[in-house]
Every structure is written in C-alpha cells, then in structure tokens.
Write a new protein. Sequence first.
Length: 138
Amino acid sequence: MPLPLVRLRLAPRGATPRRFDGAWWPHSLDLLTQLPKMLAALPSAWGDIAGVTVDAAAWSAAPGRMFVANQVVRLHKTPASSHAQDRVVLLSGGLGRWDLLVVPPDATEEAAALLMATTLDAPQAPPCTCPVPAPVSH
C-alpha cells in the first residue's frame, strides 16, 4: 500500500515577502490526522513548529495541544473569520512565522493546482507530494 502524500507547495527560500509562504492541500479537515503529516514534510530550516493557528470553524474539533514528532505543538483556534479560514499559521520559536494557504480538501485537482500555483506566483514548479510514514500505533 503506498504511503499517503502530503500535498504541499512552499515559496522558494529567500523569495520576496508575500501574503503566503506556501500552500497546503489536506486530504480532509481532520486536523489531528492531517497536521502531523504536513509538519513532518516541512523543511528542517523551518525548525520545530511549536504553535499552529487555525480557524476554529474550518477544522474538526482538536485539543489545545498535540504531540507531533516528539514535541508538543500548541493549537490556537481563532474565531471564524472570512480572512483566516483559508490560512494556517505556523510558529517556530526564534525562527519565524509561516502562513500557508489551505486549499479545500474537496477541491478538484485542476482547481487545487491552479490555486497553489497562483498563490506562490510560480506556475512552473509542481506541488510537492512528499511521502510520509504512517503513524505508529501503540
């Protein structure tokens, strides 16, 4: 059985400031299953992500913290707002903040590819589909 893919596209390093640093197309709105896979696919230069901010209304219920890759990640849920529902904000202590556009999971492949390319203004680079190991169950 093939490993699940993380559909993630990041702006080139050192790129000019932009509204979004990348685009993420999760397979569902289940934050507990989708977020660890996405965090595992991020470049090591982004450091350990210690905090994640999401629109509370856009995602399934989730606790205030979760354990990901041997560290605690704090989940901050903002009240529903039209400008935050399409965004996930990642915080890494001492390294910075990254804003990712969230492509709706039910988007067609064509719509998602266009949205991801337009967001980063780089239509020549395909989205990264990074295999992620399945979580170990205890």
